[in-house]
Ligand binder design. Sequence first.
Ligand SMILES: Cc1cc2nc3c(=O)[nH]c(=O)nc-3n(C[C@H](O)[C@H](O)[C@H](O)COP(=O)(O)OP(=O)(O)OC[C@H]3O[C@@H](n4cnc5c(N)ncnc54)[C@H](O)[C@@H]3O)c2cc1C
Length: 473
Amino acid sequence: MTEVHTIHVVGGGLAGSEAAWQIAESGHRAVIHEMRPLRPTEAHRTEGLAELVCSNSFRSDDPNGNAVGLLHQEMRSLSSLIMRAGDAHQVPAGGALAVDRDGFSAAVTAALEAHPNVEIRREAVDDLPPESWGSTIVATGPLTDPGLAEAIRALTGAESLAFFDAIAPIVHRDSIDMGKAWFQSRYDKAGPGGTGADYINCPLDREQYDAFIAALIAGEKTSFKEWEASTPYFDGCLPIEVMAERGPETLRHGPMKPVGLTNPHNPTVKACAIVQLRQDNALGTLYNMVGFQTKLRHAEQVRIFRTIPGLENADFARLGGLHRNTYLDSPRLLDATLRLKARPSLRFAGQITGCEGYVESAAIGLMAGRFAVAEAEGRALAPLPQTTALGALIAHITGGHVAAEDAGAPRSFQPMNVNFGLFPPLERMPRNETGRRLRGPEKAALKKRALTDRARADLAAWIAGDAPRAAAE
Ligand SMILES: Cc1cc2nc3c(=O)[nH]c(=O)nc-3n(C[C@H](O)[C@H](O)[C@H](O)COP(=O)(O)OP(=O)(O)OC[C@H]3O[C@@H](n4cnc5c(N)ncnc54)[C@H](O)[C@@H]3O)c2cc1C
């Protein structure tokens, strides 16, 4: 390598720290701009880099049966600082990787402070990074400071940053009982590019509806953090339990309205209410529950939503929630290497891109760092296969939703944890040694094993193909 390039990183959280590490380890210079401790956020408590603001868990560490466990493994194979520090500061947590949060953050901070290619500036960036910085990664997280958030919003368009994250639950398509549910768009409207049968519909009779409303009202809710309480709901974004409290009929005149839909399993009986699920990814493996944003506790969501006919065995890729968040409409705004189309010298990483979670944020930081390095060195980085956890996550952020919109199912882009629903389905279902068809947990376990084996093989091939970088390691 001849020329050393400088790449700026705004934000020294999970994503920014990992991005800076990847840049520095490749022989280039990383300048981190972190506003703490000069300016706090509502959630951070320390001045450490990569502070964990809430739980201390990186979730499952199982690389064979869990998508986030696979992501851990992939990040380790790409020399992740976040995973190195996490492994070094692990605390007992069964199959999960949980960490001593102070030890973890201190280790990340020390590694970056000690690295000869890293400079850490404790300063807030209150406007768009100046053009003179050249290649810059913005990794300022869900609590991006208002001045910068406003500047990004002005650059990307008024609707492009969300400041209250209303999350509806997302269900794995193959766990929905289509013996009770059916495909149909309201009034069979095809819309631009749709088929007239784009939604999955789950019918409730009067008794089921009344019981559902009663369960919503009685269900245990999570409370707002003090600083969240004053953040207004977006219009049309009320939690379903708040709507239910306004009157028992409110939901069947809102997101659960039964009009324009006929149940082919029971065509003569009119449903009292209908829950609609809309395709959530281009692969068609995930469906979101339309209008079902909620503050119910996760266990309560699973219990109550499984009383909906057709969802008795629903496997949830994510559960609903509401908390303050700042994230881009990335499928529209970012290119495949996380650059802002409107200003390609700016790259985004972490939760602000619409991934969700500590590990996912760091993973996107890792790739943003590598993309920036490849670009600075003037070499093309082959796209990550979507069959890998890293590739699936990037595809979700930069493309999955746009492709689905083209298919006629307009939606708002929502943050997402990594999960197997983001992976292309297997071409052939695996069989066990006896060759007989599998069912239940045995089938699920074998399918996950096949998905993760495919991911490992494809990541290894991708790393081997990334010759200059691989040679440098
Ligand atoms: C309240 C809350 C609780 C969460 N709990 C969990 C959880 O339990 N588990 C989980 O997996 N995920 C959780 N998340 C989601 C997410 O994983 C974390 O927010 C994660 O820290 C995101 O990583 P990041 O690098 O994108 O952002 P961060 O880790 O927040 O890093 C962003 C950094 O940018 C700095 N910064 C912001 N604006 C500026 C600016 N203008 N100039 C300079 N620096 C700036 C901040 O000080 C911060 O250090 C939570 C999020 C929130 C908001």
